[in-house]
Design a protein around this ligand. Structure first.
Ligand SMILES: Cc1cc2nc3c(=O)[nH]c(=O)nc-3n(C[C@H](O)[C@H](O)[C@H](O)COP(=O)(O)OP(=O)(O)OC[C@H]3O[C@@H](n4cnc5c(N)ncnc54)[C@H](O)[C@@H]3O)c2cc1C
Length: 503
C-alpha cells in the first residue's frame, strides 16, 4: 500500500500503478479482480469497512445446514457473474435450480405463477386467467386497444415512466397488483408505481417509445428467448451457497497479489496533484494512503459522502437514490410437506406479513442433500419499515404464521432452528429517471481521471449486473487495458441497462 502523502504523483491519465477499491462486497471484489487482471504490475488494494467481506452475500449455519442469508441465485442469462465464478475456481460448483416453477399466494390460495410474461407483463393476457378476477381479465384482454401513453405521468426531462402506471394503463390495475408488483417487489422491495420502466424492464422501452402494443412486444421478446440457439437456464446457484462467491473471489484476488483490508472504513476521498488520497480507519488512528486510481464500490449514501468534494454533482445524485430495508427469516425443519415449486410471491394488496417465500431445499439439490427442509421468507418494502422494527423472535413468529396459513396447518411442524437476517438499506430503488441519473453520475465521475464507480446503485441490483459494473469500472480506470483480451469475459460497457432479475 502507498502511504507516502506526496502531492506529486503520476499524471492521472497514465496507466495507474496503484489502485484502491473502496468496498468489499461482490462489486468491489470483482472490480479488484478485474483491475489486477488488466494491470498486473499495479498494486491493487481493497478497503472493506466491516470485519466480513461479501456485503449482501453471506452464508451461515442454521440448524446444522449452511444456508445463504442474502442473495441466493445468480442470473445465468448474461455471462459476467457465472464466468467470474468459474474463473475463481467455482466451475464445478455451479448448479441450476431443480425447478423453475413457482406460485403466487393470491387471495388466500397458492396459484401457479403464469408463464408467458416479462416481469409480469403478459404476451397474451389469457395466461393470467387463474390469477385475475373475471373483470380484471376482461380489462387485461381489452387493454392493448387503448391508445399508447394516453394517461401516463411521463417525467418530461427523462421521458421515463413508472412500470405500474405504464402496465396498468394497458392491462388494468389488477395485472399490476397481482403480478407485476410482487415480481418487482422480489427484485427491488419497491413499489411498481415508483420504479422506472427504463431501468427495470429496458426490453420494453422500444414498445414504450413506439407505442407498439405491449402484448405484441412481449410476445416477440419471449419468442426470441425461446428460439435462442442455446437457451440457458435463467438462474444459477453455487453448491454450498452463493455466499461462497466472495470468499473464492477474495482468495483468487489475494493469490494474484491484491491486498484486502477488512475493518478499514474509508472516511474521506480527495484529489491530490497526481492521484487520490484516502483517509481510512477510526478517527483516533486514521491513516492516509495515496493511489493513482480509485474505484468506489459502496452503496449510494456512503458513495455520496466519499464523493462530496471529489465529484459533488455525482454525490448529490447518489444521495438521491433511496434504499429499501428488508429482513429474511430462514427456518430449518427436520421434515415438512411443501408443495411443488421453488416458492411463492405475495401480492402486497393482500396485506400479508411476508412478501415472498423460497423453498430453498426444493430449489437447490445441494440443500436437499442435507436431509432437512429449508424455507425462507422475506419481509419489508421500501418505506414500510414498521414490520422490521419487531424483535427477531416476533418477526420470525409472524413469518412462520403466514407460511402456515399459505401452506396449510399440517405442512410445517416446529422448526429445529430459525434465523433472522436484516439487510438495512439492502436494495436501491430505481425510481423514474434512474437511468438518466446514472448517466449524470457517470459523467461527473468520468470528469475526474482515475475515478470510477460500480455496484448495485447503477445498472442493476442483481449480482450479474454488479459484476458487469465492476468490469466496466476496472476498464475505465485502466484506460482501455481491459476488455482487449486481457480478461475475456466480455466487453466493457455493454448491457449497461440490464434487467436485474432474481427470484
Ligand atoms: C435480501 C437480499 C436478497 C438478494 N437476493 C439476490 C439474489 O438472489 N440474486 C441476485 O442477483 N441479487 C440479489 N440481491 C442483490 C445483491 O445481493 C446486491 O445488490 C449485491 O450483492 C450488492 O453488491 P455490492 O458489492 O454492490 O454492494 P454491497 O454488498 O452493499 O457491498 C458494499 C460493501 O461496501 C462496504 N462499505 C460501505 N461503505 C464503506 C466505506 N466507507 N469504506 C469501506 N467499505 C465500505 C460495506 O460494508 C459492504 O461490504 C439481494 C439483495 C438482498 C438485500
Amino acid at each position: 500500500m502507498d502511504t507516502s502523502a506526496s502531492a506529486s504523483g503520476p499524471a492521472p491519465s497514465r496507466r495507474p500503478r496503484s489502485v484502491a477499491v473502496i468496498g468489499g462486497g461482490i462489486s468491489g471484489l470483482a472490480a479488484a479482480w478485474y483491475a489486477k487482471q488488466a494491470l498486473p504490475d499495479a498494486t491493487v488494494t481493497v478497503f472493506e469497512g466491516s470485519p466480513r467481506l461479501g456485503g449482501k452475500l453471506a452464508v451461515a449455519e442454521v440448524g446444522g445446514v449452511r444456508v445463504d442469508l442474502g442473495a441466493e441465485s445468480i442470473l445465468n442469462r448474461r455471462p459476467e457473474a457465472v464466468d467470474l465464478a468459474r474463473a475463481v475456481g467455482l466451475a464445478d460448483d455451479i448448479v441450476h435450480p431443480a425447478t423453475a416453477s413457482a406460485s403466487i399466494w393470491n387471495r388466500g390460495e397458492l396459484v401457479p405463477m403464469p408463464r408467458g410474461h416479462l416481469m409480469g407483463v403478459p404476451g397474451d393476457p389469457r395466461v393470467l386467467a387463474g390469477l385475475l378476477s373475471a373483470a380484471g381479465l376482461k380489462r387485461a384482454e381489452a387493454g392493448p386497444t387503448l391508445p399508447p401513453r394516453s394517461l401516463l405521468r411521463v417525467e418530461a426531462e427523462t421521458d421515463d415512466v413508472a412500470v405500474g402506471g405504464f402496465v396498468a394503463e394497458r392491462f388494468g390495475r389488477e395485472v399490476v397488483d397481482r403480478l407485476v408488483e410482487p415480481l418487482l417487489g422480489g427484485v427491488y422491495a419497491g413499489h411498481a408505481d415508483e420504479i422506472s420502466l427504463r431501468a427495470a424492464i429496458p426490453a420494453l422501452v422500444p414498445a414504450y417509445e413506439s407505442g407498439e402494443p405491449l402484448d405484441e412486444a412481449v410476445s416477440k421478446i419471449l419468442a426470441a428467448q425461446a428460439g435462442a440457439a442455446d437457451p440457458k437456464p435463467v438462474f444459477a446457484g453455487i453448491r454450498g451457497g452463493v455466499g461462497r462467491f466472495p470468499a473464492a473471489l477474495t482468495e483468487s484476488c489475494e493469490s494474484a497479489g491484491v491486498t484486502v483490508h477488512r475493518e478499514t472504513m474509508v472516511r474521506e476521498l480527495s484529489r491530490t496533484a497526481g492521484g487520490w488520497r484516502l483517509v481510512c480507519g477510526p478517527v483516533p488512528a486514521a491513516r492516509a494512503h495515496e493511489f493513482d486510481a480509485v474505484i468506489v464500490a459502496v452503496p449510494g449514501a456512503p458513495a455520496a459522502r466519499l464523493l462530496k468534494d471529489a465529484a459533488p454533482a455525482a454525490a448529490t445524485e447518489l444521495a438521491g437514490i433511496a434504499y429499501a430495508s428488508v429482513a429474511l427469516a430462514t427456518f430449518v425443519f427436520d421434515d415438512a410437506a411443501l408443495p411443488a415449486g421453488s416458492g411463492f410471491l405475495v401480492p402486497p394488496a393482500d396485506g400479508r406479513f411476508i412478501k415472498a417465500s423460497t423453498f430453498s431445499s426444493v430449489k437447490w439439490s445441494w440443500l436437499a442433500a442435507s436431509g432437512k427442509t429449508v424455507v425462507r421468507a422475506s419481509v419489508g418494502r421500501h418505506r414500510e419499515t414498521a414490520d422490521l422494527q419487531r424483535e427477531d423472535t416476533e418477526l420470525a413468529a409472524l413469518a412462520l404464521a403466514d407460511l402456515r396459513t399459505a401452506l396449510g396447518p399440517d405442512a410445517l411442524g416446529d422448526p429445529v432452528d430459525r434465523y433472522v437476517q436484516r439487510w438495512g438499506g439492502g436494495l436501491p430503488q430505481y425510481a423514474v429517471g434512474h437511468v438518466a441519473r446514472v448517466e449524470r453520475i457517470r459523467s461527473a465521475v468520468a470528469a475526474q481521471p482515475g475515478l470510477a464507480v460500480c455496484g448495485a446503485a447503477y445498472d442493476g441490483v442483481g449480482i450479474a449486473a454488479c459484476v458487469a459494473s465492476a468490469l466496466r469500472a476496472a476498464g475505465e480506470i485502466s484506460t482501455g487495458a481491459i476488455g482487449t483480451g486481457a480478461i475475456g469475459t466480455g466487453a466493457i460497457g455493454t448491457g449497461a441497462h440490464t434487467n436485474p432479475e432474481h427470484p
